[in-house]
Structure formats: structure tokens, C-alpha cells
Design a binder for this molecule. Structure first.
Ligand SMILES: C[S@@+](CC[C@H](N)C(=O)[O-])C[C@H]1O[C@@H](n2cnc3c(N)ncnc32)[C@H](O)[C@@H]1O
Ligand SMILES: [Zn+2]
Length: 390
């Protein structure tokens, strides 16, 4: 295997030569995921600060070992990291990479992620699940074996399933119906979180989501796992369905596992499309994001600006309602060209409603203003722009 050395964060990593990023590479390495790794370093650092004791981390899908090495070097108070991978070449290169960086607190194992987690019950404070495609078959062992109070960091790259391009894989893997809407990435994350929550619930555990995002081709969720039967029951109250009207774009949420979901849109009489079960609770913890941003200021990360921009957007939208509107989609329905989004947002703010952008979409607006009022406001702004004589 021909290799070369790259630098990321505070480590030097030997990676296989490649022309195109591919799961078929002898050992997988994707430079585009640097931001994902930077975010993980920031979030785990903040988690470590919050729990205020040394932590042990499991990087169950190690690849080149880049995460394990970075977690060891760049996170304060890490007692031990266990890096696992089923690919013997990945294990070999990961071991070399630990030597290359003079790291002694990382153990590299050739192991299937589920077996690794099962054989280390209660050992890990942080479990990082970064597989090819879906994490679905690894969430149960994560749920069963992570320390209560531990942090899970879970990636999913099967966004075509979670976002509804393909229905059947989403039903099969997550037991949920996706929906291809303008806010399908948000739905996807909510489906993923509901799925993880249901897996945790089997072990009387539940989630407190700290941070989640959809970037490039992947989604990522960071959440604390807590324990308790009654609290788990209560947490499951956050699961429900979204009914979406493709005709007028109205949507409504219904909580529960088998609720009476309306079939018809009350606004236009159109037929609802339904997505779920999905997580209707919080997908960001505002205080945690704020503290992480403060911490990032002092970290030496290549993607710092991108991180700050993402954290800021999520911070702003954290307390908003479930789902957002796309100004272009609304204007298409109104058969007008779009006014400036900032003009619309200013007016929504003036009227006392919640309003923010969303990191999910450049043209998205998260607001609790009723859709009818929003449409009228957009029309009014448009008319003002055209001038009173027209
Ligand atoms: C997306 S890559 C991980 C990339 C790495 N985390 C990084 O940031 O560069 C997925 C890795 O999981 C490994 N893998 C696939 N199935 C596995 C399993 N069941 N258990 C453990 N590792 C597995 C693959 O060999 C591959 O190295
Ligand atoms: Zn409707």
C-alpha cells in the first residue's frame, strides 16, 4: 500500500495514496471529514469540561486512527482511547500512526464495533460511531454498553434514506417513514434521533441531545445518555409525526407512537404526507453550544471559521419550532420571485415572532409565524418593493 503523510489538528497521519475518496480504498480516509473531526474534538472537549473527570473514549470505526490520535492529543483529560476496526490494514496503519505521534494511551484493536462495545461494558464515557452508511446496527450495543452519563457521537451517511429519496431503506433501517420536503435533512436527523432513543429505551436509557447537524453528505448527532425507567418513558413523549401539505406547505406535529394523525390539511383541504416516527424534542442545547463556541476560540483548528459559523447558526435556531420554511418554495407557490430574505425576517421579528436562519438550508427561515400570515407578509413586502403606483 503506497502512503503519504498528512497533517490535521495536532497530529501527522499516514494515509493511503488515493485519487478519489472511496469505501473500497485499502484504508478509508476522507479529507472532507476534517470539519467533522474538528467538531468532535470541540464537543468532546466541552463534554470533558462539563463532567470534570478524566474520560475514556471508544473510536469504534477507526480507519487510519486519525480520530483516536486527535482525541488523545487534542482533548484535555483523556485517560484512554480504544480504536477499533474490522480491517486489518486499518489496524496496522492506526498502530503506526500512534507511534508516529508518540501516543501511548491509545489501544488499537482489530474488532467488530458491536463486539468491542459488548466486551467493554460500562468502560467508555464517549463512544464514537462513524461507519460507512447507516449506524443503525450499532446503536443497540452503544446504548447497552456506554457508561450512564456518557456521550455518544454518531454519524450517518445514508442521507438518501433518511431524507426520503429512497423510502424503503429508511423504513427497513430506522422503522420510520421519511419525507422528501424542503426540510428533509431536519426530518432525517429527527428520524435518526428517534431511532437511537427507541434503542436506548430498551435499556431504560434516554438521550439529552447536545448538538446535531447535517453537513455535506452526512449527519451527526452528539447526545448524553442518561438512565432511568420513568425518565425514559417521559423522553419517549418527544417522539411523534409530522404531517406536511405539499399543496400549501402547511405542516403540523402530532406527538405519540400511534396518534390520530389528520389526513387532510385544514388550510387548503389538500392531502397530508406523513413522516415519522421522529424526534420532535430539542436537537440542540443552546448553553452547551455557547460554551463550546467559547472553547473553540482557544483551539487550534483548521476549520475553526466553518465551525464557528455552524455553531452560531445552530445556536440561533436552537429554540425555534420544529421544521422551517424555504422562502423560495413559498414564493414558487405564490408565483412570485423571492424578496430579500433579510427583509422578510426583519418584519417577522418586528411582529414579535421567533425567527432565525437554519444551518440546514441557505434559503430557510425558522419561525412560529403562522404560514398564512407569512405568505401575506411576503406578498406585502413584494408589493412595497414594486412601488405604490404599480
Ligand atoms: C467511515 S470509515 C471511518 C473513518 C474514520 N472514523 C475517520 O474519521 O477517518 C469506516 C471504518 O469502519 C470500518 N468498519 C466497517 N465495518 C465495521 C465494523 N462492523 N466494526 C468495526 N469497524 C468497521 C471500516 O473498515 C472503515 O475503516
Ligand atoms: Zn394545505
Amino acid at each position: 500500500m503506497d502512503t503519504h503523510i498528512i497533517e490535521e489538528g495536532l497530529v501527522k497521519i499516514e494515509v493511503p495514496d488515493f485519487e478519489k475518496v472511496s469505501a473500497k480504498a485499502p484504508v478509508f480516509y476522507n479529507p472532507v471529514m476534517e470539519m467533522n473531526r474538528d467538531i468532535s474534538v470541540a464537543v468532546i472537549n466541552q463534554y470533558r469540561k462539563k463532567v470534570d473527570h478524566d474520560i475514556s473514549i471508544c473510536d469504534a470505526f477507526g480507519g487510519t486512527g486519525i480520530r483516536g490520535a486527535r482525541y488523545s492529543k487534542e482533548i484535555h483529560g483523556v485517560e484512554k482511547v480504544v480504536v477499533g476496526d474490522v480491517n486489518p490494514l486499518a489496524v496496522e496503519i492506526s498502530k503506526k500512526n500512534m507511534q508516529l505521534n508518540n501516543i501511548s494511551n491509545v489501544e488499537v484493536q482489530k474488532n467488530d464495533a458491536n463486539i468491542l462495545l459488548q466486551s467493554n461494558k460500562g468502560l467508555f464515557d464517549v463512544v464514537d460511531i462513524d461507519p460507512f452508511g447507516t449506524p443503525a446496527m450499532f446503536t443497540q450495543s452503544t446504548a447497552a454498553n456506554i457508561r450512564p452519563g456518557g456521550l455518544i457521537c454518531i454519524s450517518a451517511t445514508d442521507t438518501s434514506a433518511l431524507c426520503g429519496t429512497y423510502h424503503d431503506p429508511c423504513l427497513r433501517k430506522y422503522g420510520a417513514k421519511p419525507l422528501k420536503t424542503e426540510y428533509c435533512h431536519e426530518n432525517g436527523i429527527r428520524i435518526l434521533i428517534a431511532f437511537i432513543s427507541r434503542n436506548l429505551a430498551v435499556n431504560q436509557k434516554y438521550l439529552h441531545v447536545l448538538f446535531s447537524h447535517s453537513t455535506e453528505h452526512y449527519m451527526r448527532v452528539y447526545a448524553i445518555v442518561k438512565r432511568g425507567g420513568k425518565k425514559t418513558n417521559k423522553a419517549l413523549d418527544n417522539i411523534g409525526f409530522i404531517a406536511h401539505c405539499p399543496n400549501c406547505l402547511h405542516r403540523e406535529t402530532t406527538y405519540g407512537f400511534a396518534p390520530k394523525i389528520p389526513h387532510t390539511c385544514p388550510e387548503c383541504g389538500g392531502e397530508y404526507d406523513v413522516a415519522g416516527p421522529l424526534w420532535l424534542g430539542k436537537i440542540w442545547d443552546k448553553e452547551f453550544i455557547y460554551n463550546t463556541m467559547e472553547l473553540v476560540k482557544n483551539l487550534n483548528l483548521n476549520k475553526k471559521d466553518d465551525l464557528m459559523s455552524l455553531f452560531e447558526k445552530c445556536y440561533m435556531e436552537a429554540d425555534g419550532p420544529v421544521t422551517f420554511y424555504d422562502i423560495h418554495k413559498i414564493c414558487k407557490k405564490l408565483k412570485i420571485s423571492s424578496p430579500k430574505i433579510n427583509d422578510v425576517m426583519d418584519e417577522i421579528r418586528n411582529r414579535g415572532y421567533f425567527i432565525s436562519r437554519t444551518h440546514f438550508k441557505l434559503t430557510g427561515m425558522r419561525t412560529d409565524m403562522p404560514l398564512d400570515e407569512l405568505k401575506q407578509l411576503i406578498l406585502d413586502i413584494k408589493e412595497d418593493k414594486l412601488g405604490p403606483e404599480k
